[in-house]
Design a protein around this ligand. Structure first.
Ligand code: IMP
Length: 436
């Protein structure tokens, strides 16, 4: 990022395949933030927050919502499932949160995601056989396709009845053709979709903020603290991830600028979030995957089941080749190391520091199609520890082996580790450096 005038904008980005713990980091940081922005992705995200032992999973509302001081913004780059959003708002209000509608601002330019996007996503996946992406089934691909083909219904359209109706009719003509003729599913009735959308629009009207980009711009100019909450992770990026096994948005830090509508010189920090090991949901290459007892153990101790779909996550050792790629493509300035407590009890811990590809040792992540599938991980082995570290409050009290593990990663990556997380709760966060 360009450092012209220093502004307190920080991007929190997933440095792996998603599920790194961004929600927890954003929740903890939001205590100090004035604004928290979601700028890409949609309800495929499942950001889990645990406060006083109570779990909240957010799919669309930014993870700052548990702090009434933080204004939450949904920017233009998000695909907005208005049904899920309105249910999420209701649940938050029942829990005594989001009392003031001014705490949530939705861009008029965000793409609306409707029931037929979900249907198409699921129909495609069902018929895909070996080509299955393993999507969340939340309609993300079809909604972004509408945006790219200039057919999308925008959030602002919800408040103009005739435009909404006309766009819906035209969109459903094509979608119903696909659903009926290609996927042999029931067509969607435009009139009933229109009626239900109008009802939801009424509920969401108080959160309408035509130009959220202007709000964020002004906030940054006034030196307010702004957090940009990434969804999914680097290796799921549409352009730079493990294509085609990726999501349909750009998950890299640059997307925070585009999805919000601000310039790159307004942000000065990018925090990369990584687990102390690796997970992936859905299909696609994963060099350090463990399809054995160790992988099973990581899954059960780490509770590695999707927050959105409940699917078991694939688990493996930490991959520093992939992490180095994430550092470079996102311009990561510091790291947060999550779920290190899950590694307690392992006698030895492996870390991938290079790959073997076609008989050659490589240290740079290969991007050519098919290459990652052929790599074999090369590991360094570090000593494990047996103590329960989830109760540790100070970095100095961590066992030497944990400190060695953290230092090893920091040194290999030549990047400071600012946060270590030793459990899901807010209080289980060790700060090595203040955020803002
Ligand atoms: P989609 O985003 O639902 O289209 O799914 C595309 C790929 O991204 C699949 O492999 C999903 O499992 C993965 N994915 C999407 N959202 C998340 C997430 O929030 N965490 C982890 N994986 C995700």
């Amino acid at each position: 990022m360009v450092h012209s005038t220093l502004m307190p904008g920080i991007i929190v980005i997933g440095a792996q395949w998603g599920d790194e713990g961004k929600g927890k980091v954003v929740d903890v940081f939001s205590a100090q933030a004035d604004y928290v922005i979601r700028y890409q992705g949609g309800a495929n995200a499942g950001h889990t927050l645990v406060v006083d032992g109570k779990k909240t999973v957010l799919h669309l509302v930014p993870s700052g919502v548990l702090h009434p001081n933080a204004v939450c913004v949904i920017g233009a780059g998000v695909v907005l499932d208005i049904e899920i959003l309105s249910q999420e708002i209701e649940a938050l209000q029942e829990a005594g949160l989001l009392k003031d509608p001014k705490q949530l601002l939705i861009s008029d330019s965000a793409t609306v995601l409707l029931t037929y996007h979900r249907e198409l996503d699921q129909a495609r996946e069902q018929g895909a056989g070996l080509e299955k992406i393993g999507t969340t089934g939340k309609g993300i691909g079809p909604a972004y396709e509408d945006r790219a083909s200039r057919k999308a219904i925008l959030f602002g359209d919800l408040f103009q009845s005739s435009t909404l109706k006309q766009k819906l009719m035209s969109s459903l003509k094509e979608k119903n053709f696909l659903l009926e003729k290609l996927y042999k599913r029931k067509p969607v009735d435009p009139e009933s979709v229109f009626k239900s959308v109008e009802k939801i629009a009424e509920k969401l009207a108080p959160y309408r903020c035509r130009d959220t980009s202007l709000i964020v711009y002004k906030a940054l100019k006034q030196n307010r603290k702004v957090l940009f909450e990434g969804a999914q992770g680097t290796l799921l990026d549409l352009l730079h991830g493990t294509y085609p096994y990726v999501t349909s948005s750009s998950t890299l830090s640059g997307s925070a600028c585009i999805g919000t509508g601000i310039g790159p010189n307004m942000i000065d920090k990018v925090m990369g979030i990584t687990k102390a090991y690796t997970t992936r949901v859905g299909s696609g290459p994963f060099p350090t995957e463990l399809s054995d007892e160790t992988g099973e153990r990581l899954r059960s101790i780490g509770q590695e089941f999707g927050a959105t779909t409940g699917r078991p996550r694939r688990c493996g050792w930490l991959d520093l080749v992939a992490l180095k790629y994430a550092l470079r493509t996102n311009g990561i300035t510091s790291l947060a190391l999550m779920k290190i407590d899950v590694l307690s009890g392992f006698k030895e811990i492996k870390v991938c520091t290079a790959y073997e590809l076609d008989g050659q040792v490589i240290k740079d992540y290969p991007v050519s199609p098919g290459d990652l599938e052929r790599t074999k991980p090369i590991y360094e082995t570090l000593a494990g520890w047996s103590t329960d570290i989830s109760v540790v409050k100070n970095i100095k009290d961590l066992p030497k082996q944990v400190q060695d593990y953290v230092q090893f990663i920091g040194k290999e990556m030549a990047t400071p580790i600012d946060v270590i997380s030793v459990g899901p709760g807010r209080e289980q966060t060790l700060w090595l450096k203040p955020l803002f």
